[in-house]
Design a protein around this ligand. Sequence first.
Ligand SMILES: O=P(O)(O)OC[C@H](O)CO
Length: 186
Amino acid sequence: MNLPNSITFSRLLGLPFLLYGLHNPTDRMRWICLAVFLVAAGTDWLDGYLARKLNQVTDLGKFLDPLVDKFLVLAPLLALIQLGQVPAWGVFLILARELLIAGWRINPNLTGSTKISGANLWGKLKTVSQILAIALLIAPTPNSWETPSLVAFWISVILTWISGAIYLWPQKSTQPAVKTSGLTVE
Ligand SMILES: O=P(O)(O)OC[C@H](O)CO
């Protein structure tokens, strides 16, 4: 457990507060939750930066970082369903893709590599779009912001699936076959 991975874990600390604070929130509580959410989201940049700078990129980090991001994004989205701000089926689309890629990432038979596949550029872009959409939805914005916030949410849903498809799409042609227990998987 190195410093970058500890920072990744610390991202989870704000989640209980977010879930509590977004239950029937006042405007003031929304601002506080927005600040907590953005600080937690900021650690996503910090852990990656430190891992590269300190030369501490590990398989554990490549697995943990995207997983913790999924918790960070899904916790407020569930609260936002409860508040009637986002439809459950939209959040389900995000949840389904995130589970799919988390499972794919740790399965060498599927990735074609015994090394953990880290997040790619599209995955990072997807997470940024989710964070922006959630920030807009948490903020106590006037009614006129409802549509732009929802548009941001749906853009993030689309990017979530595009980035997922990009992980899965090219592997047949670009990844070498992996031999597992005498069985060669292509
Ligand atoms: O697309 P994923 O599942 O690799 O997640 C991307 C990470 O959240 C980027 O930090």
